[in-house]
Ligand binder design. Structure first.
Ligand code: 13P
Ligand code: ZN
Length: 275
């Protein structure tokens, strides 16, 4: 069996191959747009790779002591989602945060010498906040989801109003993300600053919009995280479609949302519904 075929059999590599392919097919991740990081268990990794064979070590500009010793599979910087499933070993890497939290060790992948995504600060800082909220948290996905991005040009960027508009675009949105959406100001990508602002929002919700850029989602599984972004993107698409018309004739009401929350047993984030 070729090494590519062997990689295809590793469950977490397969998941990365499938999700990147799906995101590219959806048109959300042009060129190298988007990145993913996924926390892995040491016991699971040990079945497939030698965790004592460190290929190289890089320092981090932002210490992450909270993640010391943790393992991740992460998309490579500059790599095209379109190509991940064709050559996982070149487009993905498995990394471990050093014991002091000041660097990362490359254990597998990045075969052409590339490094993890330039958005590693946003990923690592968000993982830290989500793990505090939920020890089962595992995945961060960043995507240039088309309609979410479009919506940030025409909708006010107040996060309560942004959340409420999306909740009202598809009946089940409130059930999928009752914790709402965080919105940060426009910030230069790939910086520690965008990482800090994103992680700050991740303290309270699992979705953060980057205006004129894209969205980040957090979840316990790849499916859950993809599903969060998929749901927001669908709602944003409906918003962009109905926004072409002068007015919405049949809006969903705050009362509808309240009844929905009661029926599904979810608690809408406070300060949004006026009922
Ligand atoms: P990377 O190629 O470094 O992952 O960057 C892509 C991106 O979407 C930056 O926000
Ligand atoms: Zn991006």
């Amino acid at each position: 069996m070729s090494s590519i075929m062997i990689q295809n059999e590793i469950p977490f590599v397969r998941e990365m191959m499938e999700v990147t392919r799906n995101m590219w097919v959806m048109g959300w991740d042009e060129r190298n747009g988007g990145n993913i990081s996924y926390i892995l268990d040491e016991a699971e990794i040990k079945k497939y790779i030698d965790i004592n064979n460190v290929k190289c070590t890089y320092p981090l500009q932002f210490p992450v002591g909270e993640l010391a010793g943790k393992y991740f599979i992460v998309t490579g910087t500059g790599k095209y989602f379109k190509n991940v499933s064709l050559n996982p070993e070149e487009n993905l890497g498995i990394i471990r945060v050093t014991k002091d939290g000041n660097g990362i060790e490359i254990l597998w992948g990045y075969a052409d010498g590339c490094r993890p995504t330039s958005e590693l600060a946003a990923h690592f800082m968000s993982h830290i906040e989500r793990l505090k909220r939920d020890p089962q948290h595992r995945v961060i996905i960043h995507s240039h989801a088309t309609n979410v991005l479009a919506m940030t040009f025409v909708h006010e960027l107040d996060e309560k109003s942004f959340t409420k508009t999306l909740w009202k675009m598809c009946t089940e949105c409130l059930v999928v993300f009752p914790d709402g959406i965080g919105v940060i100001p426009w910030i230069v990508p790939g910086t520690n600053e965008i990482g800090r602002a994103t992680a700050d929002k991740m303290k309270d919700c699992r979705l953060v919009v980057w205006p004129q850029h894209g969205i980040l989602g957090a979840g316990t599984t790849m499916d859950e995280t993809f599903g969060l972004i998929e749901t927001v993107e669908k709602a944003a698409k409906i918003f962009m479609l109905v926004n072409q018309h002068k007015e919405i004739v049949q809006p969903m009401t705050d009362q509808n949302l309240l009844e929905l929350a009661e029926a599904f047993g979810v608690t809408p984030v406070k300060g949004i519904l006026n009922v």
